[in-house]
Ligand binder design. Structure first.
Ligand code: PRX
Length: 653
């Protein structure tokens, strides 16, 4: 075990030694196929960023008017591709039609009930133009904010792209949020319109989306129009005269020939609200050219995209992953994307594998929380299907525990597919660190190395660089095109949250460590560190040790106050089915002790049926800290998926 020799650096206790090399068959055809190629790109982006990004932008985006300055960096404000005019919708849709690839499939969509629809790039162009024309008819102009609260239908992507086409700013709100959350977001952004649907299919039930929106609109004075897609049918959708209009009445009749508007590079593209650890959600702002370029290039590098790939990202467009890796990245790269509306376990727990087999998916991008659910549901669901079309797997959203990584690799990837564990954030716009699947040997649990243009830095409490193998705060030392441009309407919070702690550098809010091979290991959020007897431990290492026990499915670890040690370690554990008794409890404590040492042995272990998670699947350790300490729950719970799991834990306290 390493000693904490630096000011507040974090001890690293989990030792993962497995290494998986890319297979030569994969490397031969890869977009980046030699280490030297990566090193050259990396050095060029770091040492001569202006020249590097000038070439990238000229080659990979369409310019109605050329830019005359690559990056104007006045910390913490960056302007990229100053003076140029482009359009993210044009780059994602029209450019392919223009290049003679209009007949290629852009979207293969499947609804939860099993209905399907495909759209070629040409068809998508017409649909997007019609929607844009409808928005204009309804009074939407450049700069207006449009909230989108919709199920995962093609119209969700179409609505986003239609906003981009005319320079309106979309704010997608995940369709699981409450009326209160919608109203907060509408008001914070002064949204002028909400686009929604009558209902949403979820595990065979219909959720009345429009009714929720109505409740929100009663408290959203800036919203003038509500555009409603008929998705689930039924006659009982409440429509308010003068405010609400049906999609089929307004959009379907449009000619579909409105061209994409040339927009300044820094035109706001979207706002996406993300929860802070406390307080009200932040509207993260991304703008047009830099974001678009970052989403496209990172997609091509990380997913090794080839012309005949069938790519499926299982995220929802309500999250940044859906923005960057369902819509703007893959479509700008001309990919064929599978889009699925529903739950992974409807009608049965093999739905994802059925879809992979049916559409011959070659690249699958999903989240650790889903992988852990698949493990819990059992291998027999996977075994029913032919997954041999898969060639590459991706993971995003949280650290993937090494044992879940191994299962994903072996059971889903058949041992042949590289895994790209992609580290990034809503704020970064796109992937920042990830293996490049043709060249990077992977270590389970590590997001490996930074992409070209990403210059990471790890510092201790005083802002000094920490040594190799020591954990500290992860910062980014150079501006990159996809970086957030601000928090909507809150300059002060933007500066304080990201740019004050380590001046001039972007503070990610995550802890990380870099190992001797230059591989990065994300150690969780800065707030999640536990301090046991003066040793600062990262939660994810203790969690990964617990998950490596065959009877543990998921684990969340938090600190609770302890008179003697400063903090004691409290673990919350879900099992794969074994009886939760004292014997298992003792076994788990010993298991952690054996895996990483006595210091990391949990003081309390509590079994639970489910862990409280955000709606995007992240474990909410902040709330578990309150439960572990026997405190009243504090802060914002609006992003919590399953309040019941938390209430139950509290009752048992
Ligand atoms: O803590 C990191 C974790 O998720 C945070 C970003 O969350 P969000 O803005 O919702 O974006 C999620 C989709 C990119 C990060 O600060 N995180 C995300 N990916 C990983 C991760 N932690 C470890 N490994 C990852 N691959």
């Amino acid at each position: 075990m390493s000693e904490a020799t630096q000011s507040g650096s974090i001890d690293h206790v989990l030792h993962e030694r497995r290494l998986f090399h890319p297979k030569p068959e994969f490397t031969q055809k890869a977009v980046i196929s030699t280490v030297e190629q990566y090193q050259e790109l990396y050095a060029a982006a770091r040492d001569t960023p202006d020249a590097f990004w000038r070439d990238q932008a000229n080659e990979h985006l369409h310019w109605f008017e050329p830019f005359d300055e690559v990056c104007r960096w006045e910390p913490p404000h960056a302007n990229w591709f100053v003076g140029g005019k482009t359009n993210a919708c044009y780059n994602a849709v029209d450019s392919h039609v223009q290049a003679g690839r209009g007949d290629k499939l852009a979207i293969i969509w499947e609804g939860e009930p099993g209905d399907t629809r495909t759209l070629t790039y040409r068809e998508l162009q017409t649909e997007v133009a019609k929607c844009a024309e409808g928005l204009v008819e309804l009074g939407i102009q450049q700069g207006d904010v449009v909230s989108i609260y919709m199920p995962m239908t093609p119209e969700l992507a179409i609505a986003m792209l239609a906003c981009a086409r005319i320079g309106a700013v979309h704010s997608v709100i995940f369709a699981g949020f409450s009326a209160e959350s919608i109203a907060d977001r509408n008001n914070d952004a002064s949204a002028k319109m909400v686009i929604t649907s009558d209902g949403l299919n979820r595990r065979g039930n219909v959720l009345p989306l429009k009714a929720t929106v109505d409740e929100a609109l009663a408290k959203s004075p800036t919203v003038q129009t509500c555009l409603v897609l008929r998705r689930t049918g039924g006659d009982d959708t409440p429509m308010t005269a003068g405010r609400d209009v049906w999609w089929h009445d307004v959009i379907d009749k449009q000619p579909g020939d409105l061209a994409a508007k040339p927009l300044d590079s820094e035109t706001p593209l979207f706002i996406l609200y993300t929860s802070g650890s406390t307080g009200k959600p932040k509207g993260i702002l991304h703008t047009t050219a830099g974001y678009n370029l970052w989403a496209k290039r990172t997609f091509q590098w990380v997913f090794d995209h080839r012309e005949d790939d069938v790519y499926w990202c299982t995220a929802d467009c309500g999250w940044i992953t859906g923005h960057s890796y369902i819509v703007y990245g893959p479509l700008s790269a001309g990919a064929t994307c599978v889009m699925y509306e529903g739950a992974p376990n409807h009608p049965a727990e093999d739905r994802f594998w059925e879809l992979v087999e049916k559409y011959k998916v070659t690249i699958l991008y999903t989240a650790p929380t889903a992988v852990r659910a698949f493990i819990k549901w059992g291998d027999h669901h996977v075994d029913k299907h032919d997954l041999s079309s898969l060639r590459l797997l991706g993971s995003v959203g949280e650290g993937i525990n090494p044992e879940a990584w191994m299962w994903y690799h072996e059971k889903i990837g058949g041992g042949r597919c590289p895994i790209v564990d992609t580290w990034w954030q809503t704020e970064t716009g796109g992937i920042m660190m990830s293996p490049l699947p043709g060249i990077t040997p992977t270590k389970p649990g590590s997001c490996t190395k930074p992409l070209p243009g990403v210059v990471p830095m790890i510092v201790d409490e005083l802002g000094n660089d920490v040594d190799t193998e020591h954990g500290g705060k992860l910062c980014i030392a150079q501006p990159w095109p996809g970086m957030l441009r601000g928090i909507w309407g809150d300059e002060q919070r933007f500066v304080e949250q990201y740019w004050t702690d380590v001046p001039g550098n972007y503070l990610t809010g995550d802890n990380a460590r870099c190992d001797r091979d230059g591989y990065y290991w994300i150690m969780g959020r800065i707030d999640d560190v536990i301090n046991v007897s003066g040793h600062r431990l990262s939660t994810i290492e203790v969690e990964s040790a617990l998950v490596s026990h065959p009877d543990v499915c998921e684990a969340a670890v938090v600190g609770r106050p302890d008179d003697l040690k400063g903090q004691a370690i409290a673990a919350f554990v879900t099992t794969t089915g074994r009886e939760c008794n004292d014997e298992l409890l003792k076994e788990l404590k010993l298991h952690v002790r054996k895996q990483i040492g006595a210091l990391a042995q949990p003081d309390d272990i509590r079994f639970t049926a489910a862990l409280p998670k955000t709606r995007s699947g992240k474990i909410m350790r902040r709330l578990l800290r309150d439960v572990a300490a026997g405190r009243e729950l504090a802060g914002d719970t609006s992003t919590l998926e399953d309040l019941a799991s938390l209430a139950k834990l509290q009752e048992e306290s």
